[in-house]
Every structure is written in C-alpha cells, then in structure tokens.
Design a protein around this ligand. Sequence first.
Ligand SMILES: C[C@@]1(CC(=O)O)c2cc3[nH]c(cc4nc(cc5[nH]c(cc(n2)[C@H]1CCC(=O)O)[C@@](C)(CC(=O)O)[C@@H]5CCC(=O)O)C(CC(=O)O)=C4CCC(=O)O)c(CCC(=O)O)c3CC(=O)O
Ligand SMILES: NC(=O)C1=CN([C@@H]2O[C@H](COP(=O)(O)OP(=O)(O)OC[C@H]3O[C@@H](n4cnc5c(N)ncnc54)[C@H](O)[C@@H]3O)[C@@H](O)[C@H]2O)C=CC1
Length: 212
Amino acid sequence: MPQYYPIFMDLKDQSVLVVGGGNVALRKVQTLLSHGAVVRIVSPKVLPELRTLVDDRTCYWLEKEYSPEDIGEACLVFSCTENEEVNQQVSLDAKTHYRPVNVVDDPEKCSFIVPSIMERGDLNIAVSTGGSSPIVARQIRQELEALYGSEMKEYLSLLKVWRTKVKTSLPPEKRSVFWDRITDGEVRKLIQEDRLSEAEGVIKQCFLSLLD
Ligand SMILES: C[C@@]1(CC(=O)O)c2cc3[nH]c(cc4nc(cc5[nH]c(cc(n2)[C@H]1CCC(=O)O)[C@@](C)(CC(=O)O)[C@@H]5CCC(=O)O)C(CC(=O)O)=C4CCC(=O)O)c(CCC(=O)O)c3CC(=O)O
Ligand SMILES: NC(=O)C1=CN([C@@H]2O[C@H](COP(=O)(O)OP(=O)(O)OC[C@H]3O[C@@H](n4cnc5c(N)ncnc54)[C@H](O)[C@@H]3O)[C@@H](O)[C@H]2O)C=CC1
C-alpha cells in the first residue's frame, strides 16, 4: 500500500463530528478544539471532562446514539465508539458523503489517520508510523520536543518579520547568503539563552552588511 499523504488542514470554524464520548473521543476533541474546530459530539454518554467542555459551551453534545443524518455539514468525521458495527456504519456514511473519516480502532475503515503532533509557535511537526505503532509515533514526538525547545517560537517569529524585509530589500543571491548566515545556529542559540536583543543585533548587522 502507498504511504498516507500528509497535509496541514485549517480547521478554524469548521464543523467536525465526533461519535462517542470516551477516552479516545476526549483525546481527539481536545486536539480539534485547540485547532479552532467547531466540534459536535454524538454519544449517549460522555466523560466528565467532555461534559465540562460542553457546559463551558466549548463544544456541542447531542445526547443520543449515532444516526446517519448526524454527518450533516461535518468536514471531518471521527468514530470513537467501542462498537464495531457503529464504527462501520459511521465509516460507510461518511464515505458515501465524501467526508474524510477516522475510525479509532481500525485503520482499514479510515480514510485518514491522526499523527502525533508537536507545536512550537509556527513550527508544527507531525509524526506518523502509518498505524504500525502509535506508541512509537508518540516516542518520536517526545524526542523531537527535546530537540526543538520553546526558543523555536521566538526564532520563527523573528525570521518571519525579517523575511518580508529581506524579500523587498535584497536581490535573490544576497537573500540566500543572508538566510544561510541567520540560520547557521548562532541566532537560535542566543534566543535559547534569552539574549533576544543580541540575536536581533546579529540579524541587523548581517542585513546591513549585504545592503548596497
Ligand atoms: C491508526 C491510528 C488511528 C487514529 O486514531 O488516527 C491509531 C490506532 C490505535 N491506537 C491504539 C492505541 C493507542 N493510541 C495511543 C495514542 C495515540 N494514537 C494516535 C494515533 C493513532 N492511533 C493512529 C495511527 C498513528 C500512527 O502511528 O501513525 C495518536 C498519535 C494521535 C491521537 O490519537 O490523537 C496518539 C498519540 C498522541 C501523542 O501522545 O502524541 C495510545 C496512548 C499512548 O500511547 O499515548 C494508545 C494506547 C492506549 C490504550 O490502548 O489504552 C490502538 C489500540 C491498539 C494498540 O494498543 O496498539 C489503535 C488501533 C489499532 O492499532 O488497530
Ligand atoms: N486509536 C486509539 O488511540 C485507541 C483506540 N482504542 C479503541 O477505541 C475504542 C474506544 O475507546 P474508548 O474511548 O476508551 O472507549 P469507551 O468505551 O470509553 O467509549 C466509547 C464511547 O462510545 C459511545 N457509544 C457507544 N455506542 C454508541 C452509539 N451507537 N452512538 C454514539 N456513541 C456511542 C459510548 O457512550 C462511549 O462514550 C475502543 O474500541 C478501544 O479498543 C483504544 C485505545 C486507543
């Protein structure tokens, strides 16, 4: 089988359906909410943690068993029940409506699977083992978290600001000299050591040295 095709999807204000209200549903709902999705849970029961999110109006809960019309406007569908028949039905209905679907315990019924993710500001790393071992995906994510610390947030936002300036002020051949120098490790290290103004100084000096 070919590998899954990874994409980064904008879920802000998009409707997402989660069928089931157990631990797996909770994990998926938390990640979906932190990415701005409008989450609808369909389940006769939900865990207290999900109940709190519903009470706080962070997501919606339809207190009932799943039925096909629940697919509604959902741009993504997650089936997180322990009932294989229900999971099979959700998968079929979603596919009939051409909606991407994730079924927790059966990659065969999935049209997409969820990676292990880490975020540091604009840095977003997603790790997948294609379903071979979610635990290994988690471990690799944890190794990457140790490698890329909180400095990445500041580092990337600084580079983003300079990118616009550099694009308009330097010719292409000088731009690559600039970026090679700025990303050679020194600036990131200074930010790591909380020496932000020195980091900015290195960037500024390099920029000025390349201006005609
Ligand atoms: C195929 C996939 C479908 C999907 O869910 O999209 C799938 C399937 C299954 N997972 C199972 C078990 C566990 N999964 C986790 C955790 C995560 N599982 C995630 C993704 C995926 N899981 C997709 C493939 C990802 C890939 O590898 O590419 C993560 C990355 C993302 C997320 O779910 O949000 C998230 C880590 C987040 C993080 O911490 O970074 C833990 C807890 C842990 O270890 O922390 C347990 C043990 C808990 C327990 O068993 O109680 C089982 C049961 C059989 C088994 O035990 O193996 C199946 C079914 C099967 O394999 O048939
Ligand atoms: N992909 C993954 O990461 C993992 C998958 N699993 C598997 O995923 C399944 C779910 O795991 P948990 O959340 O721990 O189970 P759980 O038993 O805590 O939750 C199942 C939920 O489904 C709901 N449900 C049952 N019938 C329904 C219906 N007809 N319509 C709507 N909702 C319905 C229940 O009310 C309950 O809230 C299990 O089969 C488990 O083996 C387990 C661990 C990890």
